[in-house]
Design a protein around this ligand. Structure first.
Ligand code: NAD
Ligand code: TYD
Length: 350
């Protein structure tokens, strides 16, 4: 691997991945970060990286839905490896406006696969970053394994399922060397405050209501983002071509429990002036349509075959996450005001 095309590297997980690769992994090649900079893409997540990592980090402001642009990027930068994060990623948005999800997640992935197929002799690996939501919803018992049938319930998870199938088909039909990871819910620094954990932290900072869908009994399996990035890098280096790997935190929690934990930690770290507990801000709201009840990952395969294990506990991970949001008020403010969206091709358009 010399020239890795990372798509969606200005998003939450993509930016943590790029930082991990350049700062910690020992990789000596080049990262080409291709990102459309939708509302979820924030160049401030990798501030100054072009100066810090001259020649080793290149940002390309592009859209994976543009086929010709992709061909140019593949040949200009001699791409030999793809790590594909770019996606529309929020379930609630997919319920309100599904079209962008079909465009980016299905057609965009198709375009990337086609660009890779045209250079089949040069591509060493196409790693596709996917989600456990493709498996649908679990009852009280059982876990998702790599052989669990797909049963997506939201436009988001259906579009990710479609992209997973295309990746598999390109491996089987054209011999494209692929790996796929299906990961559980991530949390940590740089997550856009539309997802449960950062939304609750930021609302709690401002003493705003903390909206919990339904009765708050839905369960997610939480994984600290750095653990996910290590898993992806392990798979890219040592995974078997054509295989999929489930990645999870072995950390099932009810939504209400997650929010109550955030409230307790915020009561210590950022108490309300009124003296009231942040728990008083919890507000039960109308449930999400098609709300999956429970996700839980069996990650035996990646543990046994690649020796990967989640290392961050929820207790330490959620503390670190809260500290990060409290210490990065400017990042938060610029997201809330929309300032971060003014970045155009190498400079801020103020
Ligand atoms: P995110 O929404 O924070 O970031 C997505 C990034 O993709 C943004 O930088 C955005 O600008 C970019 N993007 C969107 N459309 C694009 C397009 N057409 N062309 C180029 N770039 C485009 O997402 P995330 O939470 O970091 O998720 C990254 C990947 O990981 C996604 O594929 C998601 O399905 C998957 N995943 C996420 C989680 C999670 O908990 N967040 C869990 C498992 C898997
Ligand atoms: P989210 O972070 O959107 O991730 P996903 O839907 O992909 O799992 O939501 C996590 C859980 O939290 C999910 O069960 C929906 C719930 N939720 C709320 O209760 N309130 C909220 O404001 C949000 C954004 C999510």
């Amino acid at each position: 691997m010399k020239n890795i095309l990372v798509t969606g590297g200005c998003g939450f997980i993509g930016s943590v991945f790029v930082r991990y690769i350049l700062e910690e992994s020992g990789f000596t090649g080049r990262i080409i970060n291709l990102d459309k900079l939708t509302y979820a893409g924030n160049p401030e997540n990798l501030l100054n990286f072009e100066e810090l990592y001259k020649d080793r980090y290149i940002f390309v402001h592009e859209d994976i839905c543009k086929k010709d642009a992709l061909d140019k990027v593949f040949s200009n930068y001699n791409i030999d490896t793809v790590c594909h994060f770019a996606a529309e990623s929020h379930v609630d948005r997919s319920i309100v406006s599904p079209e962008a999800f079909i465009e980016t997640n299905i057609n965009g992935t198709f375009n990337l696969l086609e660009a890779s197929r045209k250079r089949l002799d040069k591509i060493k690996l196409f790693h596709h970053v996917s989600t456990d939501e493709v498996f649908g919803s679990l009852g009280a018992e059982g876990y998702f394994t790599e052989t669990t049938p797909y049963s997506p319930n939201s436009p988001y998870s259906a579009s990710k399922a479609g992209s997973d199938h295309l990746v598999r088909a390109y491996s089987e039909t054209y011999g494209l060397p692929v790996t796929v990871s299906n990961c559980s819910n991530n949390y940590g620094p740089y997550q856009f405050p539309e997802k449960l954990i950062p939304l609750m932290i930021i609302n709690a900072m401002e003493d705003k209501p903390l909206p919990i869908y339904g009765d708050g009994a839905n369960i997610r399996d939480w994984l600290y983002v750095a653990d996910h990035c290590r898993a992806i890098w392990q798979i890219m280096n040592n995974g078997e071509k054509g295989e999929t790997y489930n990645v999870g935190g072995k950390c099932e929690k009810r939504n209400l429990e997650v929010v109550e934990t955030i409230c307790s930690l915020m009561d210590e770290a950022f108490p309300s002036k009124s003296g009231k507990s942040k728990k008083d801000l919890i507000t039960f709201v109308k449930d999400r349509p098609g709300h999956d009840k429970r996700y839980a990952i069996d990650c035996t395969k990646i543990e046994n075959s690649l020796g990967w294990h989640p290392v961050e506990s929820f207790e330490s991970g959620i503390k670190a996450t809260i500290e990060w949001y409290l210490e990065n008020q400017t990042w938060v403010d610029r997201i809330k005001s929309g300032e971060y969206l003014k970045w155009i091709d190498g400079h801020y358009n103020m």
